[in-house]
Write a protein that binds this ligand. Structure first.
Ligand code: PLP
Length: 370
């Protein structure tokens, strides 16, 4: 039998060079007592808008706030409907409810786990004011088709890019198709901080100005507050960590893409279903999900061989107590969301691994299937 390798699902440890740089930057911040705002935050906003080819970037406290603030900036009619995928981390749905809008949950595609265009078409109506598209697992949604719908029905569009830093659709970086794009820098993300952090990108100066005010107490000057905002600022420590880590984001995304291509080739023809992307979708493979009818046995089988997997997500949002009673959804029982939640398994991928690890993982999956 092949020697067991230990393959962690996630590894947040840093190389010595990054660790030293980050420690020095933090010491400098402590020396200067510069904790809120300041140069590191400004620098990160510049770095990230440049990375994302967006005109404006606003650092905020986390990815959930980013969506809430983006929604509030759009000033949608109260009680209007906002369409969100039924299979995602729950933040976009929370933002809709907390913003005072009606939550409408759309189905997903099983090829890439992003929002289904057919489902949006079924759900959209006169009350719809916006769509929040989530580029789940690093896979960009079909932005051509989504834009056709938002143009036809005059809807606003937010892209939740929390799992898709650097992903592209038809060569354009996600976050630039809609009115605003939102990012999380939760530690496990492709670009992760040392705590909570997030950002909003936009190409509209007007929306940037509104979001900036909302995120900083409606402030335009010291004790000059023009609206009732909130406190959701990116702090200087997290910004300094992100300024260092963004230097390796492109390279780390490329490592993910290499591992994913290997896995896609090796698992082609296996009974385990993998992601199927169109030539327009350049994913950054935040996760590599597979679908198996025997998911729970496969999970145990891989665990025994040292391969640590994760289940994202065990339930569609429509099954959660938080949304069960207050959402309209697309045929939930028969939906792809339900099928995915029963069969999905994310296998390890990321810069902490190499192609030998991917080979070991692919072989183990193949040996389970035969
Ligand atoms: C798709 C998606 N949206 C939003 C969020 C929320 O981000 P945060 O945890 O930074 O609030 C996450 C993070 O887990 C996410 O994966």
């Amino acid at each position: 039998m092949q020697k067991i390798r230990n393959i962690p699902f996630i590894d947040l440890s840093l190389g010595k060079k990054d660790q030293n740089e980050i420690t020095n930057n933090i010491i400098n911040l402590i020396d200067s007592s510069n904790f809120i705002g300041g140069e590191e935050v400004k620098k990160f906003q510049q770095n990230f808008s440049q990375f994302n080819d967006s005109n404006f970037c606003l650092g905020v406290a986390n990815g959930t706030d980013a969506i809430e603030i983006a929604l509030e900036s759009l000033d949608l009619p109260k009680n209007s409907e906002v369409i969100v995928p039924n299979f995602t981390f729950l933040s976009p749905a929370e933002a809709v409810i907390r913003g005072g809008y009606k939550l409408v949950l759309a189905d997903i595609n099983l090829d890439d786990f992003t929002i289904s265009i057919e489902s949006i078409k079924k759900l959209v109506n006169k009350k719809t004011s916006a769509i929040i598209a989530v580029h789940l697992f690093g896979n960009p949604c079909n932005m051509t088709e989504i834009k056709k719908i938002t143009d036809q029905f005059n809807l606003k569009l937010i892209e939740d890019c929390s799992q898709a830093h650097g992903a592209r659709f038809r060569g354009k970086k996600v976050g630039n198709f809609g009115n605003l794009g939102t990012f999380s820098f939760y530690p496990t993300k492709n670009l992760g901080a040392f705590g909570d952090a997030g950002a909003i990108v936009t190409n509209s100066k007007r929306l940037f100005n509104i979001a900036q005010k909302i995120a900083n107490h409606g402030r335009v000057d010291t004790y000059d507050h023009v609206l009732a905002g909130r406190n959701s600022r990116l702090d200087a420590f997290q910004a300094s960590v992100l300024n260092q880590k963004i230097k390796t984001l492109k390279k780390n995304n490329e490592l993910r893409v290499k591992q994913a291509s290997y896995l896609l080739d090796s698992l082609d023809g296996s009974i385990t279903k993998t992601i199927k992307l169109s030539s327009f979708q350049s994913s950054v493979f935040h996760q590599f999900p597979i679908l198996s009818k025997d998911r729970d046995s496969l999970l145990k089988y891989l665990k025994k061989r040292g391969i640590n997997c994760g289940i994202y997500y065990p339930n569609p949002l429509s099954k959660m107590m938080a949304f069960k009673e207050n959402a309209r959804f697309d045929n939930a029982k028969e939906s792809n969301c339900y099928a995915a939640s029963k069969r999905i398994l994310s296998i390890p991928i990321g810069p902490h691994l190499n192609l030998k690890d991917s080979e070991y993982i692919a072989n183990a999956i193949q040996s389970f299937s035969t």
